[in-house]
Design a protein around this ligand. Structure first.
Ligand SMILES: Nc1ncnc2c1ncn2[C@@H]1O[C@H](COP(=O)(O)OP(=O)(O)OP(=O)(O)O)[C@@H](O)[C@H]1O
Length: 249
């Protein structure tokens, strides 16, 4: 639950002389599903890495009044900034509930594990409901579908009460139905949080984005609503190989 916005200004990230992100500025507000798109190597993940403290960046990334750049990763997490990675990072051999317990920082004794239902925290219950995983409480994460694993990761951020969710290609490898369910989930959770999605899937972006920033070679190429970005000739040029993907209804 947040009123604060994420405001990234003039972000620059350099890897041994190679400028991966160069003067990138964008903002994201609660209530919108914000997308960051661009071709391979455009710098999307690096932007998220910089905001979450995994790589060093210059410029500014503010959450409300708080500057994130320069802080350590765990301090950024404590400010309420959560992220997912392209590959789901859940504990496969643990159940959904155990994964959520760990995310909530809760230790569950073997006995209470047997009495799972009774011992579920309200925050976990709510995250399970929001992500549609209520029926999977005792399922080992390893046998969840690909989509469910991504939802579990999102649920883990929800139990941590993340104010900002930075999601790296959340629908990659998902079925059509899973994509739809994920888009609706993102709309629900964005009502009270900041949701920023890095994505390749143009159809998904078109269906669920409120505003979009297009990166190309480390710089902002275009920014605006889906309609504005799709109509931008520079975007169509960059996506020439996938121009149909940009313009299809
Ligand atoms: N740790 C690193 N060291 C050196 N170069 C890196 C590092 N991380 C990323 N890069 C380079 O920075 C550029 C941007 O990479 P990044 O992963 O941010 O792009 P992306 O837009 O997320 O691409 P993709 O859609 O393929 O994930 C690429 O040229 C990449 O090779």
């Amino acid at each position: 639950m947040t009123d604060a916005s994420l405001v990234v200004t003039d972000l620059r990230v350099e890897f041994s002389g190679f400028v991966a992100v160069d003067g990138v500025s964008f903002d994201a507000h609660p209530g919108e599903v914000r997308f960051l798109i661009g071709p391979n190597g455009a710098g999307k993940t690096t932007c998220i890495d910089a905001v979450t403290g995994l790589v060093k960046g210059t410029g500014s990334a503010r959450l409300g009044e708080k500057e994130l750049l320069g802080r350590q990763v765990h301090r950024i997490v404590r400010l309420g900034v959560g992220r997912t990675f392209q590959t789901a990072s859940v504990f496969d051999e643990l159940t959904v509930l155990q994964n959520l317990d760990i995310a909530a920082g809760r230790h569950r004794s073997p006995l209470s594990l047997l009495r799972t239902r009774r011992g579920v925290d309200p925050s976990i219950e709510q995250a399970l409901e929001e992500t549609g995983l209520t029926g999977e409480l005792t399922t080992p994460a390893g046998i969840l579908s690909h989509g469910q694993k991504q939802w579990l990761e999102i649920a883990m951020l929800l139990v941590q009460d993340a104010k900002v969710l930075l999601l790296d290609e959340p629908v990659a490898g998902m079925s059509h139905d899973e994509r739809t369910a994920t888009g609706e989930l993102l709309q629900r959770i964005a009502a009270k949080r900041i949701v920023l999605v890095v994505e390749h899937d143009m159809d998904f972006m078109r269906r669920y984005a409120t505003r979009v920033t297009v990166l190309h070679q480390g710089r902002v190429l275009s920014q605006g609503t889906v309609a504005e970005v799709q109509a931008d000739p520079r975007v169509q040029e960059v996506y020439l190989g996938t121009a149909d993907a940009m313009t299809e209804a």
